[in-house]
Unconditional design. Structure first.
Length: 263
C-alpha cells in the first residue's frame, strides 16, 4: 500500500527512543523527511544518524525540551529553515511522575501541564497556519489509554492526557475544511523505557519485582503481552497518510484490548 508520504515533512517530538523513535522510523521508511527532537542530545543524534543510514530521507535533529515554549519554537524554526514547511506533526513527550493526589504539589501539576498539554498546543499553533494555507496537514497526538481508562496512581497522566483529547477533538472540527486532520493515538502497555519506569515505581509501592508487575499487566491485557513500538508506529504512519484523509477527531487505542469500555 502506497501511503503517499514520500517527500512529506514530519516533525516528531520526543523521538530519540521509545514510541517516538518507532514513529519516526516508520515515517522515514515511507519516504517522509524528518525533524526530530528530544531532550537527550547524544541519544537523539545516534537515532537520527541511524535513520539517515537506513532511509533515503533528510533528517534534522534538534535537542530540545518541548515543555518549554521557546524550545518548541526553536524546533519548528529548524523545520522551516530546512524544509520550509511541516506537513505532519506528531506531538509526544515523556510522561509525568506517578503518585496519588495528596502527594502531587502545585508545581508538579504545572510541570505536567506544560509537558503534556501546552507542548501539544504550542507545537500545533506553530505549524497549523502553513497546513491551512497548503490545505493539507496531519496532526497526531500521542496520549495514553489512561485518558480513557484511568490507571492507578497516574493522576497527572490520567487528567492531562484527557485534556489533550478534548483539545484535539475540538480542533479537528475547526480545521477539517482545510483538509487538516487531527487524531489521537492511545498506546497501552508497550515495551518502552517509560513502561519499565512505571513497573519499577509500582514494584516499589506494592512490593515484588518489576517482572511481577509486568506479568500482572499482561494478565489484564486480552492479547496476553505488552505491545511493541513498531505496532504502534504502523497506525501512526497510516493516520499520517493520504489514505486516512477522511479520518479525523478520533482517539484510537493500540492496547491489545486493555480498555474495557465500548469504543
Amino acid at each position: 500500500m502506497d501511503l503517499g508520504l514520500r517527500g512529506k515533512v514530519a516533525l516528531v517530538a520526543a523521538s530519540s527512543k521509545g514510541l517516538g523513535r518507532a514513529v519516526a522510523e516508520e515515517l522515514a521508511a515511507e519516504g517522509a523527511h524528518l525533524v526530530m527532537c528530544a531532550r537527550g542530545k547524544a541519544t537523539l543524534e545516534e537515532t537520527a544518524e541511524s535513520i539517515r543510514h537506513r532511509s533515503a530521507v533528510r533528517v534534522v535533529d534538534v535537542a530540545a525540551d518541548v515543555s518549554d515554549p521557546k524550545d518548541a519554537a526553536r524546533v519548528v524554526k529548524a523545520a522551516f529553515d530546512e524544509f520550509g514547511q511541516v506537513d505532519i506533526l506528531v506531538t509526544n513527550s515523556g510522561g509525568p511522575p506517578s503518585g496519588s493526589f495528596e502527594n502531587l504539589t502545585p508545581e508538579m501539576w504545572d510541570t505536567a501541564t506544560s509537558l503534556l498539554l501546552k507542548s501539544a498546543v504550542e507545537l500545533t499553533r506553530a505549524v497549523l497556519p502553513g497546513m491551512k494555507e497548503r490545505r493539507w496537514g496531519r496532526i497526531l497526538n500521542v496520549t495514553s489509554v489512561a485518558a480513557k481508562q484511568p490507571i492507578e496512581r497516574l493522576m497527572l497522566s490520567n487528567s492531562l492526557r484527557a485534556a489533550v483529547i478534548g483539545f484535539a477533538r475540538t480542533l479537528a472540527n475547526e480545521v477539517a475544511p482545510f483538509n487538516v486532520t487531527v487524531n489521537n493515538l492511545l498506546p497501552g502497555y508497550t515495551r518502552t523505557d517509560r513502561v519499565q519506569e512505571l513497573a519499577r515505581a509500582s514494584a516499589g509501592n506494592a512490593g515484588g519485582s518489576d517482572t511481577d508487575i509486568v506479568s500482572r499487566w499482561e494478565k489484564e491485557i486480552p492479547m496476553g503481552r505488552l505491545g511493541e513500538p513498531r505496532e504502534f508506529a504502523a497506525l501512526a504512519a497510516f493516520l499520517a497518510s493520504e489514505r486516512a484523509s477522511y479520518i479525523t477527531g478520533t482517539s484510537i487505542a493500540v492496547d491489545g484490548g486493555f480498555i474495557r469500555s465500548l469504543p
